[in-house]
Design a protein around this ligand. Structure first.
Ligand SMILES: Cc1cc2nc3c(=O)[nH]c(=O)nc-3n(C[C@H](O)[C@H](O)[C@H](O)COP(=O)(O)OP(=O)(O)OC[C@H]3O[C@@H](n4cnc5c(N)ncnc54)[C@H](O)[C@@H]3O)c2cc1C
Length: 423
């Protein structure tokens, strides 16, 4: 009998396991794949550094990965650009983050859970979770195909976008405010980079049809992906991911420049339908963590921080429940509130981008230092401790600028915004 069984060994599951081990709890983590395995989500946020320190992996991470001092947003059609440097955040104590190949990063975190004393079984898939009044029974299938059951006081669902429990219990609700639906992605060797200390910057290129990411790793590999607006993909129905990706490269000047001397080193892959939230993150004897609980459009690289912070909050809630011997759903309401405090700020940022005015402010905000500091603070992941500026975000970005005077108004809009404006 374990204190906790965790399904999924990504950043959410491994963080939950490690924090529980730091509290001396008996933990079994079951992971379907054998690590290292490829994963999306390669650009991290500065506030993750606090968690790396707590988990004892900061030095190793700092040694292995390139520093990311800022996020540059560039507008394809006009060529305008702006870089948000993390040292301009309201709390400027973390002036950089990291760009990480996730195969390596996730393995580092999972190995650390093992080092801290969690029992980790890879190539083991959780098939079913049966909640009894006095325990939870988890049915798993090992690498040899044998099914067996393990028992624990609590279960943590950290299965990522598979969302084991939220799917089974019908809790998943899509986020209707998001207008993109497909990403195509790959890795390139020798893509053009910024120079000097800017080399590790994230670059997001906004175009009339979606946005690109460029995430440079230490060495000469760069992760390149494109996220398409629904209208863009619908107008090209029937095309393969490779045709969509290569077609978009051929149409765009900035991308062609960056990839002029680059060689693709991975197949072009695709994923879609990402923005959702589980109606509830907890029940009797279980918690849902990370992507399994909620997924926000990836534009601002928020997923890994939310997954790891969620893993930490889950471990704290479970530790208290184990001490009290009480595992009823109600006592975990605080856990969900802590997760949502951060997720809702990120969601606001993303909704403002897709639905309102943030898209052009990202490019043209240089003359408004207050707005820059606030956006940088969000982009850095400063969302889990209460701060006065956060209430300003909830009220919307339009209060910081006379939007009618921001240049490039029409051209920085999305296809849908242009259509709406033309009506
Ligand atoms: C297009 C795109 C771009 C993104 N870019 C970024 C970015 O730049 N920065 C960022 O921070 N985030 C980004 N993300 C988000 C990021 O990938 C996720 O938020 C993050 O990986 C969530 O971690 P997790 O541990 O919750 O889930 P995951 O990392 O998905 O881990 C879940 C694990 O559970 C395992 N699993 C699944 N089902 C079972 C089962 N039944 N039994 C056992 N194991 C199981 C899986 O094998 C997997 O290893 C991006 C996402 C997308 C789609």
């Amino acid at each position: 009998m374990y204190d906790v069984v965790i399904a999924g060994g990504g950043p959410a599951g491994s963080s939950a396991a490690s924090y529980l081990r730091l509290k001396n709890r008996r933990v079994l983590l079951l992971e379907r794949e054998r690590f290292p395995r490829f994963h999306l989500g390669e650009s991290l946020l500065p506030f993750g550094i606090d968690l790396f320190r707590e988990l004892g992996v900061f030095e190793e991470i700092d040694r292995r990965y390139i520093h990311k001092p800022g996020a540059r947003f560039l507008h394809e059609e006009s060529g305008a650009s702006f870089t948000f440097y993390f040292d301009r955040a309201i709390d400027p104590g973390r002036p950089y983050a990291y760009q990480v190949p996730r195969a390596d990063f996730d393995k580092l975190l999972l190995d650390n859970s093992g080092r801290l004393g969690a029992e980790v079984r890879q190539e083991t898939t959780v098939r079913k979770v049966i909640r009894h009044t006095d325990r939870v029974e988890v049915v798993a299938r090992g690498s040899d195909g044998t099914e067996y059951a393990v028992e624990a006081s609590m279960f943590v669902d950290a299965t990522g976008r598979d969302a084991l429990l939220a799917t089974e219990l019908g809790l998943k609700v899509p986020d209707g405010g998001i207008t993109t639906n497909v990403a195509c992605f790959t890795h390139f060797e020798n893509a053009l980079r910024q120079e000097g200390s800017d080399e590790g910057n994230f670059t997001g290129i906004l175009f009339d049809g979606g946005w690109w990411w460029f995430i440079p790793f230490k060495g000469n590999i760069t992760s390149v992906g494109v996220v398409f607006e629904k209208e863009y993909t619908m107008a090209r129905r029937g095309k393969t991911p490779q045709e969509l990706f290569e077609g978009a490269v051929a149409e765009q000047r900035e991308i062609k420049k960056i990839l002029a001397h680059a060689t693709r080193v991975r197949p072009i892959d695709t994923t879609g339908n990402w923005s959702y939230r589980s109606k509830c993150f907890h029940g009797d004897r279980y918690l849902i963590v990370g992507d399994a609980a909620a997924f926000i459009d990836p534009l601002f690289s928020t997923g890994v921080l939310m997954a790891m912070a969620g893993g930490k909050f889950a471990a704290e809630a479970i530790d208290t429940a184990l001490t009290a011997g009480d595992f009823r759903s109600d006592r975990f309401a605080d856990y969900q509130e802590r997760c949502l405090a951060g997720a809702d700020l990120f969601k606001k940022l993303v909704h403002e981008f897709y639905g309102e005015d943030l898209r052009r402010l990202l490019i043209h905000s240089g003359d408004n230092p207050t707005m820059v500091s606030i956006i940088v603070s969000l982009l850095a992941g400063d969302v889990y401790k209460k701060a006065v500026w956060q209430s300003a975000v909830s009220a919307g970005f339009s209060q910081f600028a006379d939007l009618s005077r921001v240049p490039g108004q029409r051209r920085v809009r999305t296809i849908r915004q242009n259509k709406d404006a033309a009506k």
